[in-house]
Design a binder for this molecule. Structure first.
Ligand SMILES: CC(C)(COP(=O)(O)OP(=O)(O)OC[C@H]1O[C@@H](n2cnc3c(N)ncnc32)[C@H](O)[C@@H]1OP(=O)(O)O)[C@@H](O)C(=O)NCCC(=O)NCCS
Length: 146
């Protein structure tokens, strides 16, 4: 399994996964902005299967914020999401980050379980933060030490 830098050339494949797994996907512009902003944008791939997923991490002074993480639908529930998350946390540590934070939709049970398994705990709630199918949806803020 390889974790490598995402480039503009990856964006077609990234967007295919993003649109497949997210009800409210990032746009090509969102990913281009993330690449330009020098966020840590990584692709997770295997030699045999190609791109399994990707993740985007923003580094602040000593705090990393996980902005996106996804595993293609056909590769989910095999442990890749958990491994990718740990790789991103290790990377953040190597960049001197002491803490990781993220926001997740209150309805995203799979991601919330994944984050709890990885040691994240709830640190706050933003009411009606996200647009949703019927109105708005809360964001749960989670964090962990690195
Ligand atoms: C969240 C996500 C990255 C998890 O990837 P994954 O490769 O399936 O995760 P793992 O196989 O490592 O799962 C780890 C654990 O999370 C939990 N989990 C993952 N998907 C789940 C689901 N659909 N329902 C319930 N629990 C789930 C399980 O506890 C799982 O362990 P288990 O399979 O041994 O029970 C993937 O579901 C995804 O891409 N979702 C869409 C994008 C998204 O919501 N990203 C997060 C918000 S930005």
């Amino acid at each position: 399994m390889i974790l490598r830098d995402m480039t503009e050339a990856d964006l077609d494949a990234v967007l295919r996964i993003e649109r497949e797994v997210h009800a409210h996907p990032w746009t090509q512009g969102n990913f281009s902005d993330a690449l330009r902003s020098k966020y840590l944008c990584k692709v997770y791939e295997s030699e045999a299967d190609g791109m399994l997923g990707y993740a985007v991490l923003m580094l602040a002074v000593d705090e990393a914020e996980l902005l996106d993480i996804a595993i293609a639908a056909r590769y989910q529930r095999r442990g890749w999401g958990g491994r990718l998350l740990e790789e991103m946390m290790a990377l953040a540590r190597r960049h001197g980050m002491r803490r990781a934070v993220l926001e997740v939709r209150a309805s995203n049970a799979a991601a919330i379980i994944l984050y709890r398994n990885a040691g994240f705990t709830d640190i706050g709630l933003r009411r009606d933060y996200y647009p949703a199918e019927n109105g708005r949806e809360d964001a749960i803020l989670m964090g962990r030490e690195l």
